[in-house]
Design a protein around this ligand. Structure first.
Ligand SMILES: [Zn+2]
Ligand SMILES: [Zn+2]
Length: 664
């Protein structure tokens, strides 16, 4: 008998010791069935051990999952998990298990699956490769894949042909018989990528990995990736953990996108883990974006990443759209729409071209209120208002999902005349259809594009030219080609200029650059109309000049002066409890743990309520930590976490640590 340490899918995710029958194939990375309480669980063997801290009589016996032909998970999988566990302060067992498709963690009768033959490493000997622009050729000269670990930042304006670069790089990797991992921030972006890969690499197996797949499909995709049969793996953030035996290249598309950040459970950044993985396995990694994150941009400026640029649009004749900012203080607005934008919409309709009006707020109006007594549609469970959705006649909290029918009268005073305040996409859609009764208007947001099917149907509708005006949120901003779209107008972006969140301007700039990038991608010139009360704000000026590097320089100078990331490293301790006093008291207690005094170079700020201070009846508070030294912060965190574990938790208090928070 040997002793094995198992990661088990049980609460707290500790590693557990079991005895197991010796056999020649026994090794870490295999799965085992283990009795746990009154049930049996599937676990992953993390270590083989000579002895256990437990006395022998307490060791139960596990047995291998024999009826399965899954090879052991490789050492680099465990190294990546160990890094994530240590860096993000999460239990190793939990990291390992969340990295596996759910089907592999279940007790079931396993059909022995015959591994399909890996198809010959087919290449892109397709008849007509698009010719490269001079910029693309120059970028490919820089993106050399033969030097072991090499991080690249591919900064390319929208429409500059980043995807073509990815395809060429993938082709080179396939020719070497290796696998390529391509990460995309959102599931919505994967169908287009999938189709493009299938056209370019016919006969090459592509595995899609994302959380919306049904369990069996996800497991199948994961297995083809792990077996090496899939030469190209496309996935959202969870795919960063997929074990790939012949990995030769990692690409992170839209690297700046916050969707790479996991916000629940283990709070990791898939982009950052991808970089660690590339370093661990001595591979090249390409981060691509039209608006790189300031972190990546500053790495490139300092030479830690090699910068490749695509400064022009790839289609000959296609130019970046003309951006104009209109001062809304001097205009009469019709539901947020100024005359220049209305006139531009009229012209597009006459010319049978498409327009997009961007408003990043779903619903009809953000709040319903009673003018006679002051009642507003608060969420009873959150520190937020419920949003008025006229399309399905509901009041809905966008934080917790709580919804109810729209009251016919004020719940407090009985007034029948309730007013919606502010505007969301539904209201804009309604108004536009009144203003342009002959136009076909399509609203695209998370309410109208509920499922992938809906979304794909909408994309078809847009691409076939069946819509004249699109009303949409940031869903529409990312990565899609709409050849007939020549006008983008924006509403209500000013709020982000003065938001409490100091990252808001960076995000707004990226968002507006992306949404502006939808206009005029083919042979039709594009125009962008931004409506603002602050037309001279540096953000809008940079947008007019489409000057990402210039604006990044401004923001980086501000961050340096303020001592914010990337010039400082942060972590955050968050606590939630039934009442705010308990949450704050816990954080104050945390700040006085003895180890804090040993790390004077880690600064702890005062505990404060979170911006959304109540969510589903839990009061939430946070304590920000900061250090100029990442190693010092990383040395401090495990000690501190250990010191927090024994603190009493009153009133169902829960806490977690988040490293490199993006929302603080
Ligand atoms: Zn009232
Ligand atoms: Zn709520």
């Amino acid at each position: 008998m040997t002793i094995v340490r198992l990661a088990l899918d049980v609460p707290l995710h500790r590693l557990f010791d079991y005895r197991i029958e010796d056999d020649a194939r026994l090794q870490p990375g295999l799965r085992a069935r283990a009795p746990f309480g009154t049930r049996e669980k599937i676990g992953v063997i993390v270590h083989l051990a000579e002895q256990s801290k437990l006395p022998p009589e307490q060791l139960k016996t596990a047995r291998r999952v024999e009826d399965d032909d899954l090879p052991p998970l490789p050492p680099d999988f465990f190294q990546l998990c160990a890094f994530a566990s240590q860096y993000y302060q999460a239990p190793l067992g939990e990291v390992i298990l969340q990295a596996l498709p759910p089907g592999l963690k279940k007790i079931r009768a396993v059909k022995r699956q015959r591994p399909k033959e890996a198809n010959a490493p087919a290449t892109s000997d397709t008849p007509d490769l698009p010719p490269l622009t001079a910029d693309q050729s120059a970028a490919l000269e820089i993106l050399r894949l033969d030097r072991g670990y090499a991080p690249f930042l591919l900064y390319g304006v929208t429409g500059s042909g980043k995807t073509e670069i990815y395809l060429r790089l993938i082709d080179a990797v396939l020719r070497k018989g290796q696998q390529a991992l391509l990460l995309a921030p959102e599931i919505n972006l994967t169908p287009q990528l999938e189709a493009r890969l299938a056209r370019r690499f016919p006969g090459v197996r592509v595995a899609m990995l994302h959380s919306e797949l049904a369990e069996a499909a996800r497991e199948r995709a994961w297995r083809t990736a792990f077996s090496g049969a899939a030469r190209i793996v496309v996935g959202t953030r969870l795919a960063v953990f997929a074990p790939l035996p012949a990995l030769g290249l990692i690409i992170v598309d839209e690297e700046h996108d916050l969707a790479y950040r996991q916000q629940e459970g283990i709070r990791y950044s898939a982009r950052d883990l991808a970089i660690f993985r590339a370093r661990l396995t001595h591979l090249p990694i390409v981060l691509g974006s039209a608006t790189p994150s300031l972190e990546s941009w500053s790495h490139a400026l300092r030479g830690r990443y090699t910068l490749a640029r695509l400064p022009e649009r790839a289609v000959s004749g296609a130019r970046l759209p003309v951006v104009r900012v209109f001062d809304t203080r001097r205009q009469k607005l019709t539901d947020g729409l100024g005359e220049p934008l209305l006139e531009a919409l009229r012209q597009r309709i006459a010319a049978k071209e498409q327009s997009l009006v961007f408003l990043n707020r779903r619903g009809f109006a953000p709040v319903l209120a009673c003018p006679s007594c002051g009642w507003v549609s608060r969420c009873p469970r959150c520190a937020a208002n419920r949003v008025l959705h006229l399309a399905d006649r509901r009041l809905r909290c966008h934080h917790c999902g709580l919804e109810s029918r729209i009251p016919s009268a004020c719940p407090t005073c009985g007034n029948l005349d309730l007013h919606p305040f502010g505007r969301g996409t539904q209201r804009l859609e309604t108004r536009l259809s009144e203003l342009f009764p002959a136009a076909r208007i399509l609203r695209v947001d998370r309410d109208s594009a509920k499922s992938r099917k809906h979304w794909e149907a909408m994309l078809d509708e847009i691409q076939s030219g069946a819509a004249d005006i699109l009303v949409g949120t940031q869903m529409l901003a990312k990565g899609h080609d709409f050849p007939r779209l020549t006008l983008v107008g924006t509403i209500g972006t000013d709020a982000a200029l003065f938001a409490a969140d100091w990252r808001a301007p960076e995000r707004l700039f990226a968002q507006l650059m992306q949404v502006a990038g939808r206009a005029g991608r083919a042979d039709l010139p594009g125009e962008v109309i931004i409506q603002s009360e602050y037309p001279d704000h540096p953000l809008y000026r940079a947008l007019i000049a489409q000057d990402y590097p210039g604006y990044a320089e401004t923001l980086l100078a501000e961050r340096r002066a303020a001592g914010f990331p990337p010039y400082a490293h942060q972590a955050i301790l968050r606590a939630e409890a039934r009442d705010m006093a308990t949450a704050l008291a816990f954080l104050r207690e945390a700040a006085t743990r003895p180890c804090v005094a040993d790390y004077p170079d880690v600064v702890l700020y005062d505990p404060v309520p979170m911006r959304l201070s109540r969510l589903i009846n839990q009061e939430r508070a946070q304590l920000l930590l900061e250090s100029a030294s990442r190693p010092r912060l990383q040395a401090f965190l495990p000690l501190w976490r250990a010191a927090l574990e024994p603190l009493p938790r009153k009133q169902h208090l829960r806490w977690h640590l988040e490293v490199d928070p993006v929302d603080c």
